[in-house]
Design a protein around this ligand. Structure first.
Ligand SMILES: *Cc1c(COP(=O)(O)O)cnc(C)c1O
Length: 424
């Protein structure tokens, strides 16, 4: 076979020369060209909600592709985008009345940061400081990398990243220190925005914190006039047990970013939503106050049709009930691992379950991560541990028996990959 010219994301080709070829997807399952089935236990990087190739989404895409494939979105609009925007305003936290389309989670956060800076500039303020949370992840563009945790991923680009004020993660027992640090970072009223993943920090290691802390953080932002940017790229559309994570804290952010699950995981689409004050600060006879941001495929009609179909599924089908059931099924299977010395930090939020394999090496580069990955894939399971953190984040249609396969593999993993059973 000739060598593929493809350079894959987050892939060290010298260590992982062969990508698994996938031919088909249905529900929670993927299938290779030779018919081998692989259970998609991480929703294909957290995007698939209702399952692969949901018939209603597929037919919406097919219909739209025959009518209007793409149209410029500056000066033009189309009914699909209008309908998605109207629906999003209805279902997202109160106050998010304006919808800016883009095409990836990173871009939606980048747009959120630019909206915040544009807002303050147009208000005649000098506020430019961005405040972010330790272990945060907001994307891989220069701007979102700047806001995210620094490490091996960002090291080569460090000279180009901008400074942010970093607030320590509010882990159990140290919530007050985190709130105090936020108060300090915002207290001089020079902070433009605080960007945060509500309730759970995904790529940083599935770190969960309390809704009460998020509510307190929102209060501190409001008091200091700092804009609150909720990065719900991962948490949105049911992952945490509610449609949006902010709901659990009763938080109404100034800016919110949604992407991954917005089309049910079928096509790339993202939105950044904001309060009227932020839109109004850009509304002017003066062209210099325009929000200058776009990507070519902004609000692509086929992606919008997929999003609309997914939103209709949310409306017509008991998706929240399915999400609640999945949470329960995860909890039942996770319970035996609590108190199992081979694992630590067994945790769950909504449909997301995570646990850390106790091993001598920790962190993302812990070589136990790739060994776990290989072990799971060999058993027909797509699980992609973050270092020694194993997490299960399946599509909501996954069946109990399929979850059993996942947890049986997790149970067998430590002896297969050599977890030490000792704290590092
Ligand atoms: C995945 C993710 C992003 C980036 O989204 P992309 O679509 O991969 O660009 C941003 N923020 C959070 C919280 C994410 O999980």
């Amino acid at each position: 076979m000739t060598r593929s010219p493809i350079w894959h994301p987050f892939t060290q080709h010298a260590l992982q020369p062969d990508a698994t070829m996938v031919a088909r997807g249905k529900g929670a399952w993927l299938e290779t060209p030779d018919g081998r089935r692989i259970l998609d236990a991480i929703s294909s990087w957290w995007v698939v909600t209702h399952g692969h190739c949901h018939p209603r989404i597929v037919s919406a895409i097919r219909r739209q592709a025959e009518i209007l494939d793409q149209v410029i979105f500056a000066g033009f609009t189309h009914e699909g985008a209008e309908a998605v925007a109207r629906r999003l305003v209805e279902i997202t936290p109160a106050g998010l009345d304006h919808v800016f389309f883009s095409d990836s989670g990173s871009t939606s956060v980048e747009v959120g940061l630019k909206m915040a800076l544009g807002y303050w500039r147009n208000m005649g303020s000098q506020r430019t400081r961005i405040v972010a949370l330790e272990h945060g992840y907001h994307g891989d563009t220069i701007g979102t990398m700047s806001a995210g945790a620094r490490g091996v991923f960002s090291a080569p680009y460090e000279p180009l990243l901008f400074e942010v004020a970093r607030v320590p993660f509010p882990s159990a027992g140290s919530e007050q220190a985190s709130l105090d640090a936020l108060e300090k970072a915002c207290g001089d009223r020079q902070a433009a925005a605080f960007v945060i993943e509500p309730l759970v920090l995904g790529a940083g290691g599935m770190h969960i914190y309390e809704a009460r802390v998020l509510a307190e953080m929102a209060r501190i932002c409001r008091q200091s006039g700092t804009l609150l940017i909720a990065d719900e790229v991962m948490t949105g559309f049911g992952r945490t047990g509610t449609l949006f994570a902010c709901e659990q804290a009763g938080v109404e952010p100034d800016i919110a970013c949604y992407a991954k699950g917005i089309t049910g995981g079928s096509l790339p689409l993202a939105v950044t939503m904001c309060r009227a004050e932020i839109f109004d600060a850009h509304y002017s006879q003066d062209r210099r106050r325009t929000f200058y941001h776009s990507s070519s495929y902004t609000a692509n009609p086929i992606a919008c049709a997929a999003a609309l179909a997914s939103l209709e599924i949310w409306k017509d089908e008991p998706v929240l009930e399915r999400v609640r059931r999945l949470g329960e099924m995860q909890e039942e299977r996770l319970a035996p691992f609590r108190g199992d010395a081979r694992f630590a930090n067994v945790r769950r939020l909504g449909t997301i379950a995570a646990l850390d394999l106790v091993s001598d090496s920790a962190g993302y580069l812990a070589d136990v991560g790739p060994r776990l990955y290989d072990f799971f894939v060999a058993r027909g399971l797509l699980l992609r541990p973050l270092g020694n953190t194993i997490y299960v984040m399946p599509p909501y249609c996954i069946e109990a028996g399929d979850l059993d396969l996942i947890y049986a593999a997790i149970d067998a993993a430590p002896s297969a990959v050599g977890g030490s059973g000792r704290r590092p």
